[in-house]
Design a protein around this ligand. Structure first.
Ligand code: G3I
Length: 341
């Protein structure tokens, strides 16, 4: 069957990306990855627990291999992730008290750990990456009052140790690295999921707006946060009109938007009924029609995994290629979303 590359179909619109582990850069997986994508994100290899498992001991070798191989194969690389509540070592923001309980680290030390990690990691990868997810998933899923973003932040270890300004401090530290090194083209992203939830999107909107407005006032109108990453971990009850509302709202912030971790759960037990297959493809088509409409504001659409077998939620067959790397109906939908609907 004639298979057209997804990256060719959208070459005038946005980059097409995928999340990778080292096994995606070998053999048939690499061929499929290369055919359809022009940018990759490390699925796990650049997370804090991978890069600085114990204080001051940076373990870059695995990530370096992955990044250099990806670059040699012609991909751009997007950096994921600097500050997150998961896959981050305990020492960064917690400590043990006299009773042996894990408690938040004091603000000063946690802030320094965060700043040091950001600086060291960003300077290490340098301009091998086109951007960074600086802060990931800082917002809670059920904001009590969405216009009060500080009260809506996730009660994470970072939040407890530093306070609500850990978000802004992260971007200030990352921006300083870019400024000091003259890396103006590297984009600083905020990244989060449940991006179709209007309360959550509202809280994120207010957070980015306040942080960027404050910075712009003191820095000739420059942005501190360059981009909003809508992860896009959806399912069959996701309403694409909610995705539209969030996307259009984020665009009004004047930042670029990327879809950073797209997948759509449809089915269970590693099986997909005909009904689920069609419903999944339809939602992919609706989303790509929306993305195409806003191509001027969207930099990149990245899928979170190459095929159903190796997805982080493999049981629900969320991707465009099946266990045998064959294109699914969802692929057809992405390639011709207008006529699919
Ligand atoms: O590497 C260890 C291995 O040594 C160990 O034997 C094994 C046993 O469980 O675990 C391995 O680590 C796993 C790691 O993936 C690498 O495979 C972790 O348990 C597992 O939790 C981890 O899952 C990753 C997850 O983030 C962790 O939060 C997924 O692969 C990855 O797809 C997922 O990606 C996240 C994004 O970073 C942020 N947004 C949500 C997205 C999906 O959860």
């Amino acid at each position: 069957k004639d298979i057209t590359p997804i990256k060719e179909k959208y070459q005038n619109d946005f980059l097409i990306g995928n999340a990778i582990t080292s096994s995606d850069l070998e053999g048939a997986r690499l061929e499929l990855l290369k055919m359809h994508h022009n940018v990759v994100t490390a699925e796990n290899a650049m997370k804090p627990s991978e890069l600085q498992p114990t204080k001051g001991n940076f373990t870059f070798s695995g990530a370096d291999l992955l990044v250099d191989k990806a670059l040699a194969e012609g991909f751009d690389v997007f950096g994921h992730v600097l500050v997150w509540h998961q896959q981050s070592p305990d020492w960064m923001n917690t400590t043990t008290n006299a009773a042996g309980e894990r408690v938040p680290l004091n603000r000063e030390e946690a802030l320094k750990n965060m700043q040091d990690h950001i600086k060291k990691v960003m300077e290490h990868f340098g301009d091998r990456v086109i951007g960074w997810d600086v802060v990931n998933e800082a917002m809670s899923n059920n904001p009590p009052n969405p216009t009060d973003w500080k009260a809506s932040l996730r009660q994470s270890n970072w939040y407890h140790a530093i306070g609500p300004d850990y978000v802004e401090e992260s971007y200030l530290a990352a921006r300083k690295v870019l400024d000091d090194n003259g890396w103006d083209h590297i984009k600083l992203y905020y990244n989060d999921y449940n991006d179709d939830n209007q309360n959550k999107a509202t809280a994120i909107y207010h957070m980015i707006k306040e942080i960027n407005d404050r910075y712009a006032a003191e820095n000739d109108g420059r942005l501190l946060i360059d981009g909003m990453g809508m992860q896009g971990h959806y399912n069959l009850s996701t309403n694409h009109e909610n995705v539209r509302k969030s996307l259009e709202r984020f665009i009004t912030l004047g930042v670029e938007v990327s879809i950073t971790e797209l997948d759509i759960q449809a089915g269970g037990n590693h099986e997909q009924s005909e009904r689920d297959r069609v419903a999944q493809a339809l939602l992919y088509a609706q989303l790509f029609n929306l993305y195409k409409e806003h191509a001027d504001s969207i930099a990149r659409v990245t899928f979170w995994g190459l095929n159903d077998a190796t997805s982080w939620r493999a049981a629900t067959s969320p991707l465009l290629f099946d266990r045998n790397l064959q294109a699914k109906l969802a692929y057809e939908a992405v390639m011709d979303p207008v006529n699919f609907i």
